[in-house]
Ligand binder design. Structure first.
Ligand code: AMP
Length: 399
């Protein structure tokens, strides 16, 4: 593989896989353009070098063939605004047919072509070689800058790479940063290394916790998943969320952590509510002695303070999953204070990576995204990376 920043794209047509799967409202306005913005540095470097850019992406989940609401044409005007008036942007209403082939052929240095939604062909998700080969013929160089889909072995994210020689395939700048940040955390020798794992379900996070036991110093477990651990240890958790079929798993994880000398920290107290509702009645309780009829919806004051102390001493921090139901004001305090503590630790020299859907939403909600070291754009991909899996989109470029 080549290194993107060292590569000179002059007179090259770069076929760049991006993740433009952005949310739209019912008037086709983009409600969050972060994924588009994240691809700009790669686009700008190629254009600056005197190359041209052919962008390809999936968009939504079209069922069978083209559907207007999933057309990438709805993004063209916004893309024009983002890249600026100096760069010509055109759109091909297909990803492999004549329109795409002709427009790619006519593309001049400094210009950008956006192809239609790849998922209008079922071959994309099937990882079809013929489809991947047709796509590959559109460009001279393949750049994968779509970390969000790197865990999928699709035609444009993995299979396509085999049609380019080693020196003509590479990660884009975003992907490079994602991989570097994840590697920095996973193999960190800046200790203590703290993983903060929260969210709804233990079952979603078992593999991550197991994998982190090899390198973490401390693991904080918050969110609903903590109650499965409390129940497994014989605690009373009232109506708190619990995965009864994972009680043994929770006990095993605690056992393994002990063997590997990793400290698992559970929230000693909780903010409890009489129902799952923004207007519920609220009280405080020890997390292992929650009264019947009540449920834990956030970490409590003592737990928050304890966790903040651990965060302030850490040199490497990975955070995945909120500490409570942060979407509701009454239960956002724990997540908000933890987010601020991660930002403070970062200001004091720690490296912090926020990865996975809801913790990313939380740092954005509390306006702290700029104050941590890196916020990953890949939810599922980042989770699989931290589970220790080899992502097909990464492997395809590296091998
Ligand atoms: P996940 O996608 O697994 O990271 O879970 C995120 C979701 O977990 C968020 O929507 C939170 O509202 C929810 N959550 C966090 N803590 C709790 C809790 N104590 N009880 C119920 N849901 C929770």
């Amino acid at each position: 593989m080549s290194k993107f920043s060292d590569y000179n794209f002059k007179d090259q047509k770069a076929l760049v896989r991006v993740d433009f799967n952005v949310p739209l409202d019912d008037k086709f306005n983009i409600t969050d353009d972060n994924r588009m913005k994240a691809s700009l540095p790669s686009i700008q470097k190629i254009v600056k070098d005197g190359g041209s850019v052919i962008l390809m992406s999936h968009f939504g989940r079209p069922k069978s063939g083209p559907e207007d609401k999933y057309s990438l044409k709805h993004l063209v005007n916004h893309l024009k605004k983002l890249v600026g008036s100096g760069i010509k942007i055109s759109f091909a209403n297909d990803s492999i047919g004549d329109d795409a082939v002709n427009k790619a052929k006519d593309l001049q240095p400094g210009e950008v072509l956006l192809l239609e939604n790849l998922r209008f062909y079922k071959e994309e998700e099937k990882g079809d070689e013929g489809f991947a080969e047709k796509l590959s013929k559109l460009g001279d160089v393949y750049v994968n800058d779509a970390f969000g889909t790197a865990h999928r072995a699709h035609a444009s994210t993995a299979v396509i790479a085999k049609f380019f020689s080693d020196d003509k395939k590479m990660f884009g700048l975003l992907m490079e940063k994602e991989v570097q940040s994840a590697e920095k955390v996973l193999h960190s020798n800046q200790k203590p290394f703290l993983a903060i794992i929260g969210g709804a379900k233990v079952s979603d996070k078992i593999l991550i916790i197991e994998n982190l036991l090899d390198n973490a110093t401390d693991i904080i477990i918050g969110g609903a998943m903590a109650y499965t651990f409390f129940k497994a240890q014989g605690g009373k958790i009232g109506n708190s969320l619990c995965e009864d079929d994972r009680l043994n798993t929770a006990t095993e994880l605690l056992e393994k952590a002990k063997q590997k000398n990793v400290c698992i920290h559970l929230p000693s107290d909780s903010i409890i509510a009489d129902k799952f509702d923004a207007n519920a009645e609220v009280s405080g309780s020890l997390s292992n002695n929650i009264p019947d009829g009540w449920m834990g919806l956030d970490i409590g004051k003592i737990a928050t303070q304890t966790f903040c102390k651990i965060i302030s001493k850490s040199k490497t921090i990975l955070w995945n999953g909120p500490m409570g139901v942060f979407e509701m004001e009454k239960f956002q305090h724990g997540t908000k204070v933890i987010a601020q503590a991660v930002a403070d630790a970062t200001a004091n020299g720690a490296f912090s990576l926020i990865g996975g859907g809801d913790s990313v939403a939380a740092v954005n909600k509390f306006n702290l995204a700029e104050k941590v070291s890196f916020v990953s754009t890949g939810g599922g991909a980042m989770l699989e990376y931290f589970e220790g899996q080899v992502l097909p989109g990464i492997k395809a470029i590296q091998s």
